[in-house]
Design a protein around this ligand. Structure first.
Ligand SMILES: Nc1nc2c(c(=O)[nH]1)N[C@H]1C(S)=C(S)[C@@H](COP(=O)(O)OP(=O)(O)OC[C@H]3O[C@@H](n4cnc5c(=O)[nH]c(N)nc54)[C@H](O)[C@@H]3O)O[C@H]1N2
Ligand SMILES: Nc1nc2c(c(=O)[nH]1)N[C@H]1C(S)=C(S)[C@@H](COP(=O)(O)OP(=O)(O)OC[C@H]3O[C@@H](n4cnc5c(=O)[nH]c(N)nc54)[C@H](O)[C@@H]3O)O[C@H]1N2
Ligand code: SF4
Ligand SMILES: [Mo]
Length: 686
């Protein structure tokens, strides 16, 4: 009997990037447990990954390449060899390229694994040689990062663990206890010490349950609230004049701009009492160690990037960047790319990039449905990995319609027969994280993780890096950068400033650019061309960012004419503790059948429609109609309904379509994100 114990790091698209210890016996994975030495996760994983062994060894795992035999979406396939599958891909891609040009091919990926080499690996270089179209933007993280960058020059903020020192923590549109659970103990400790915890969220989440104050705005209206907060900070002179004079640009213009954006102006837009907004603003101005913590939640609105832009301005105005426990904390991922804390030099972890990416046709990642259905010059081949777009992208009925096109050749690399994989012509079996080498960035904390394989991949599954090497060989590309080994890719990816030996030995290493208790902007040092925090978009105007942050009404927002027909705001949050996006919800050990897909309504909205708990209702708008069981909740305010997201469509026989069939795929104001949070619906009894 051979037992192997290795150190690894969770690969999921989750801020916590927990350290684990994986054990295998005679090549079979037997245990994945939290690594007690990991400084952030401290030995705890989560209800999803506690059962990871069951996912890896699951009988439904895809272990062979598959070639479609039935109609698209039917899930009818036959097993094939890698040679046969690759041959078909090369033949079809070549046919598409010859008849429509390389740009009729589209690579599409998400963050199924966020590993530095396993996420996109050498794919960019490969698709560059094919002359394919490219992907830009993201459903996750792009819009908020760029929003912040318009002020700071990049998306970097404070370390959320400094909440340990905060006197006030504002969890602004983040459901920490569900989505970032390993940060909660720090916040909870601060709270016990006397720090005030405020949650700002249209839903009374499990995090709001533990807060000292819950402010419940209408979705997508935070920009109005933030403009009013700045109005009060200025009107009541709760400013750090010295800091502003030394480190900010455009204060006078901002002040003039917000002069009429009073709490009384914002109140009806946000559905929050003007006094509540004033009081919040005053506490922000009066408590120096106020940390604003946002993650992704508010990003998914047209106004998302501007919300992060305004949030980033607050600590500049109050001077809380100078205070341990102050500042604005969002994703800290990019700190791993900064190799010099003083100069802010970035070496770039992106290893093998495509030199001509900017010159090829490019499509916004979350708009996949539109890309596949609305192009005059259509996409004829799509290669999907690390994602499940038919459930995860907005307006996903359009993704389904696109993938149903007979003139589209679809390849999906997957671990399971997802709803998306069902539409593939060729399915390629993907390895699991315990079967591959990787270096794992974190966006919730400052430790880079290592992942040592505990077993070889099961069956014929391969890691993404191996997938792209095989594809390169099949296409006859002998360029060395396409055939780098995993360790060669890791070395390129982590660059010189990471001690690779220590990383492998310990399983994690702290990024050198952010020492403990570092206050990145205590003395200014913003990464804008001016070196100042830009309160007006001095450097970013060219990117379509308005000179001053504006409140812009949207087609599916408060007060819009659409509300006459579709009067309810639809939220589609992550809610289940045992799902990670759309992963796991089809596995019996994770799916709680009592919480099958459903629509939640406030009592008042239900009563107005003659609906009670357990009834069946139609939730609909111009894009789609879903028939769902009704749940009554006190977690929503009247006018807001919720269809929790993450359920695998095909696992629930009589539910046709998923939350994202209803959602809005419109672009964000800037930053190439997704406005799925701006969705209006009507609900009626069936
Ligand atoms: N258990 C679990 N954990 C996860 C995930 C999962 O699926 N399950 N997914 C992971 C991923 S990919 C991500 S990106 C992170 C996301 O982590 P978070 O950003 O914390 O999570 P979200 O649920 O996307 O959004 C957080 C909150 O934002 C609120 N919100 C939505 N719109 C608005 C608005 O207009 N204003 C305000 N103030 N709040 C708003 C939502 O109601 C929600 O409660 O979580 C990660 N962690
Ligand atoms: N309505 C609504 N829509 C949302 C959200 C929401 O809250 N509500 N959240 C949004 C957010 S923040 C995000 S990040 C996205 C997430 O959406 P996706 O990125 O599409 O995430 P998942 O649905 O979990 O799909 C990840 C897939 O990658 C596969 N995978 C994992 N590891 C590997 C690997 O090594 N190789 C390959 N080839 N495949 C692998 C998994 O099996 C899984 O099917 O969804 C977004 N969509
Ligand atoms: S999904 Fe998140 S919380 Fe769970 S083990 Fe992975 S990183 Fe940790
Ligand atoms: Mo995400």
């Amino acid at each position: 009997m051979t037992t192997l114990e290795v150190l690894g790091t969770c690969h999921h698209d989750c801020p916590d990037s927990c350290g684990w210890i994986a054990t295998s016996v005679d090549g079979v994975l037997t245990s994945v447990k939290g690594n007690p030495a990991h400084p952030y996760s401290k030995g705890e994983l989560c209800p999803k990954v506690n059962k990871f062994v069951g996912r890896v060894n699951h009988e439904d795992r895809l272990l062979k390449p598959l070639i479609r035999t039935g109609p698209k979406g039917s899930g009818e396939f036959r097993e094939a060899t890698w040679d046969e599958a690759l041959e078909q891909i090369v033949a079809e891609f070549t046919r598409v390229r010859d008849s429509h040009g390389g740009e009729a091919i589209l690579p599409w990926w998400s963050a199924g694994t966020q590993g530095l080499i396993q996420n996109a690996g050498t794919s960019h270089a490969l698709f560059a040689l094919l002359g394919s179209s490219t992907q830009y933007g993201s459903v996750c993280g792009a819009a908020s990062g760029i929003g912040m960058a318009t002020v700071y020059g990049h998306g970097l903020g404070t370390d959320p663990l400094q909440a340990e020192h905060s006197d006030q923590i504002i969890l602004w549109g983040t459901n920490t206890r569900l989505t970032n659970r390993h940060l909660w103990p720090t916040i909870n400790d601060a709270q016990k010490r006397g720090a005030k915890v405020i949650v700002i969220d249209p839903i009374k989440t499990i995090t709001a349950d533990k807060a000292d104050q819950h402010i419940q705005p209408l979705p997508g209206t935070d920009v109005a609230m933030l403009l009013a907060i700045i109005n009060v900070l200025i009107a009541d002179d709760l400013l750090d004049h010295e800091y502003i004079a030394a480190h900010a640009l455009g204060f006078d213009e901002l002040a003039a701009h917000v002069a009429d954006k009073t709490p009384e102006w914002a109140a009806p837009l946000c559905g929050v009492d003007a006094n509540v907004i004033s009081e919040l603003a005053r506490s922000i101005g009066q408590i120096p160690a106020t940390m604003i913590r946002g993650l992704i939640g508010v990003e998914h609105h047209f106004s998302g990037p501007t919300m992060y832009r305004l949030s980033a301005m607050i600590p500049v105005l109050t001077g809380s960047h100078k205070v341990l426990g102050g500042g604005f904390a969002r994703s800290v991922g990019a700190w791993a790319e900064v190799d010099d804390v003083d100069t802010g030099a970035v070496s770039g972890l992106a290893s093998v990039v495509a030199p001509d990416a900017g010159q090829r046709r490019s499509f916004r990642q979350p708009a996949l449905g539109r890309t596949l259905t609305e192009q005059d010059d259509p996409i004829h081949a799509v290669f999907i990995w690390n994602g499940n777009p038919i459930l995860s992208m907005p307006e996903s009925a359009a993704v389904r319609r696109g993938l149903e096109r007979e003139d589209l050749f679809t390849v999906v690399s997957e671990q399971f027969m997802t709803d998306t994989a069902r539409y593939a012509d060729v399915v390629l079996p993907a390895a699991m994280e315990t079967e591959m080498i990787d270096a794992m960035p974190a966006w919730g904390h400052l430790w880079l993780g290592w992942n040592e394989p505990a077993t070889a991949p099961l069956g014929d599954a391969v890691s993404n890096t191996e997938l792209f090497r095989r594809l390169a060989t099949a296409f006859g590309f002998s360029q060395p950068e396409l055939h780098l080994t995993d360790m060669e890719q890791v070395r390129l990816a982590v660059a010189d400033h990471v001690d690779l030996d220590a990383l492998r030995r310990d399983g994690f290493v702290r990024v050198s650019s952010f020492p403990e208790n570092h206050l990145p902007y205590a003395e200014g040092g913003f990464r804008t061309p001016s070196g100042k925090a830009e309160l007006v978009a001095e450097s970013f105007g060219a990117l379509g960012v308005s000179h001053l942050p504006e409140w812009i009404p949207v087609a599916e927002g408060p007060g819009s004419p659409q509300m006459d027909t579709f009067p309810l705001f639809l939220q589609t949050p992550k809610k289940a503790t045992r799902f990670l996006n759309t992963s796991y919800s089809d596995l019996a050990a994770h799916a709680d059948r009592e919480t099958q897909p459903h629509v939640e309504l406030d009592q008042a909205d239900a009563e107005a429609r003659g609906l009670s708990a357990g009834d069946t209702a139609r939730v609909f708008n111009e894009r789609a109609s879903l028939v769902l069981p009704v749940a009554i909740t006190d977690r929503l305010r009247p006018g807001v309904v919720s269809v929790p997201w993450g359920y695998v469509d095909s696992a629930y026989g009589d539910v046709i379509g998923s939350a994202n069939d209803l959602t809005n795929a419109a672009d964000t104001e800037f930053g190439a994100g997704s406005s799925y949070g701006d969705t209006l619906v009507q609900v009626e009894p069936v």
